[in-house]
Design a protein around this ligand. Structure first.
Ligand code: NAP
Length: 279
C-alpha cells in the first residue's frame, strides 16, 4: 500500500527496537507480515513446526538488515510454547507484537468429518492461539504490547465444508474481544484481521484444489479478484503498530466484498468476465 507520492503508507522505522513474534511466519500471510514488520524495523521471532519453512524469511532478514530468530514450535503443545517464548525473551529481552497466524484447514462435508479431524483443526487454530497468547501476555503485562489474531469471514456467517475452521475462528474472535477488554489496563491491545480468499500455497492446495473451484470462489467476490498476502499483511501491521492506538477488540474484514449478500453473484460474474475479455 502506498501514499499518492509513492512512499509506503506505514512510515519507515515504525517498529524500530521492537520484537515481533509471528506463528507460521515463514509462509503465506505470516511471511508477508514478518517481512513487512522486519522492513519497518522489528526483530522477528518466526515459530512453526518446520524450520525449513523459515528460509525465505531468514534470507530476507539478511538482505534487509533485520534479525530473525527461527524456532521450531508446534502451537498445540503448551510446554513447547512456554519454551519458545522463553527463548525469544532470552534473545531479544521483550515481545512487543504477537501475530497469531498459524492455522490448519481443509474442506470436508461435516457428515464425513472425523472427530480427529475436527479436533486437529481446533487444537491448532483455537487452542494454539490461546496457549501462545497466554504465554506472550505474561511477557507483555510488564510493558504492554499488541496482539493481532488472524480470523476468517465465515467465523460470523458460517460456511459449508469448513465447520471445524469456522468454529475455531469464531472462538478466536471471542478470545480477541474478551482479552481486549481484560488486558486493556495492562497496555495490551488485541485485534483480529478477517481476510477473504488470498493466494498462499496452503490455501490453494487445500481450499481451491482445482481451477473450477477457484473460478467459483472468484465469481463470488464482487471486487473480482482474490486478495494478496501483502495487502492483508499491511492491515495486520497497522493494527500491530502505534498508528492505531485507540483500536482494540475490533475485527477487520478485508474480503473484496465476498461476504456481502449477493443474490446476483452469477450474473455479475458473467458481466465481469465479458468486460475482462473485451479489455
Ligand atoms: P499457510 O501458508 O499454509 O500458513 C499456515 C502456517 O501455519 C504455516 O506457516 C505453518 O508452518 C503454520 N502452522 C500450521 N500448523 C502449525 C502448528 N501446529 N504449529 C505451528 N505452526 C503451524 O496458509 P495462509 O493462507 O498464509 O494462512 C495464514 C492464516 O490466514 C491462517 O490463520 C488462515 O486460517 C488465515 N486465512 C487464510 C485465508 C486464505 O485464503 N489463504 C483466508 C482466511 C484466513 P509449518 O508448516 O512450518 O508448521
Amino acid at each position: 500500500m502506498r501514499n499518492e507520492d509513492g512512499t509506503p503508507w506505514l512510515p519507515a522505522g515504525l517498529f524500530e527496537g521492537q520484537t515481533a513474534f509471528v506463528t507460521g511466519g515463514g509462509t503465506g500471510l505470516g511471511l508477508a507480515v514478518s517481512r513487512r514488520l522486519g522492513g519497518l524495523g522489528a526483530n522477528l521471532v518466526c515459530a512453526s513446526r518446520d524450520v525449513g519453512h523459515h528460509e525465505a524469511l531468514l534470507e530476507d532478514g539478511q538482505a534487509n538488515g533485520y534479525e530473525v530468530l527461527s524456532l521450531e514450535l508446534d502451537v498445540r503443545e503448551p510446554h513447547d510454547v512456554k519454551r519458545v517464548v522463553r527463548e525469544a525473551v532470552e534473545r531479544f529481552g521483550r515481545i512487543d507484537v504477537l501475530v497469531n497466524n498459524a492455522a490448519g484447514n481443509f474442506v470436508c462435508p461435516t457428515l464425513l468429518l472425523a472427530p480427529k479431524g475436527f479436533k486437529a483443526v481446533l487444537d491448532i487454530a483455537l487452542n494454539g492461539v490461546f496457549y501462545v497468547t497466554r504465554e506472550v501476555g505474561r511477557v507483555m503485562r510488564d510493558g504492554g504490547g499488541t496482539i493481532v489474531n488472524i480470523s476468517a469471514p465465515y467465523a460470523t456467517t458460517g460456511k459449508p465444508g469448513v465447520v471445524h475452521s469456522a468454529c475455531a475462528k469464531a472462538g478466536v474472535e471471542a478470545l480477541t474481544k474478551s482479552l481486549a477488554a481484560e488486558w486493556a489496563s495492562l497496555g495490551i491491545r488485541v485485534n483480529a484481521v478477517s481476510p477473504g480468499p488470498f493466494h498462499s500455497r496452503g490455501a490453494a492446495d487445500r481450499l481451491w484444489p482445482s481451477e473450477e473451484i477457484e473460478q467459483k470462489i472468484l465469481d463470488e467476490i464482487p471486487l473480482g479478484r482474490f486478495g494478496t498476502a501483502e495487502e492483508v499483511g499491511e492491515i495486520v501491521c497497522f493494527l500491530a503498530s502505534d498508528a492505531s492506538p485507540w483500536i482494540t477488540g475490533s475485527i477487520w474484514l478485508a474480503d473484496g466484498g465476498w461476504m456481502l449478500p449477493n443474490p446476483l453473484v452469477e450474473d455479475l460474474a458473467k458481466v465481469r468476465r465479458r468486460r475482462n475479455a473485451g479489455n
